[in-house]
Design a protein around this ligand. Sequence first.
Ligand code: ZN
Length: 415
Amino acid sequence: MKLGKYSIGIGDRFAHQGIAQLRGIVKANQFGLDISPVWNKSNREHIYVHSHPTDVRKEADAAVTALAFKGKYFVDADHINMGTVTPFVETADFFTLDVASFIGKESKPEEIQSFISSCEKYMGQLIIPGIDHPLVVSESLLEKIATKFLAATQQASEIYHFLKTSKGEGNFITEVSMDEVETPQTPIELLFILKMLADKGVPVQTIAPKFTGRFNKGVDYKGNTEQFAKEFEEDVLVLDFAAKEFGLPEEIKLSVHSGSDKFSIYPIMAQVIKKHDKGLHVKTAGTTWLEEVIGLALAGGEALEMAKSIYANALEQKEQLCAPYADVIEIDATQLPSVEEVKGWNGEKFANTLRHIPGHPDYNPNFRQLVHVAYKVAADMGKSYTDLLEKHSDIIGACVEENIYERHLKRLFSL
Ligand SMILES: [Zn+2]
């Protein structure tokens, strides 16, 4: 099973926007692209929303049928591990093996030694075609990398082989993710991580490293974009080298777990993949949920009231809601409007405050990040929330489609 050159991960917390999301992708594909949608949902999201992996498969199939979509599409068991993978086995065909928590775990000294020995031919000045400086590979560097990553790649191998047995070889896409950590992986680390995966028989098709800079939820990239550009391009070239050198799948590509809305680096990624004629997978997630809240606000009446009540509840439960996301949000509480203030807003003002239009005078990234992590509040509202999604599906669907197409795909694919 192959993913295709371009793919986009679309999360949909409440499984109501599959068709609208797909409409956005179809619109981009009319420009001659062949972007595959991948509906991704993690175990954590399922727990919060009280949904089951089967629901994502149903949603994806229904959207594809409704629009008579002819391209490839996938259902991603996002960020699974050995303990959480089982309920996803039957209905997912894309598995993101999250081995971040195994980084730095101990490996046997003889395994580390044998890895170092297997890398002898790369020691010294290693030339990666396209990278303008040689990578300096020393024994001590290899030892450091093996000590840090061998256990994580071993874990990836165990999950992969479990899936291979249960689903059959070649019947699913394998992604390995290491993005949910503090320290970014450097291109040289990535190179040897890929060698470890190849050695252990993991045919990784997408890999999600942690990149330099902050990837806060639902808002733009924060960091040095020039440094990101350099690192991203080197990673792309490392993957190309690794595929040929270690026998990994030739279509291997980077997966950027964007946390949604990294608008300032989208054009950088677009330029690099175009320059080297490479593929890309970008995961977005909560951006669609935010469009639901925007759509509710625009719908007015009881729907606007619900949007306001989601914010009021989010503000009240701020600490609990933010805690699991501490590393990936930055909210300046002094910039959050009070419940009283928001009560006086009309739908337009609420939507403009939440919608991610950089430079818009009403846009408030603090407000946006808080609502981003507050989907649990809507989940707790249960049917009263989803009933309003259905009642206002036209206006919400238009917001979702516009967001995916205008703000994401246009920037990602230079349309
Ligand atoms: Zn991730």
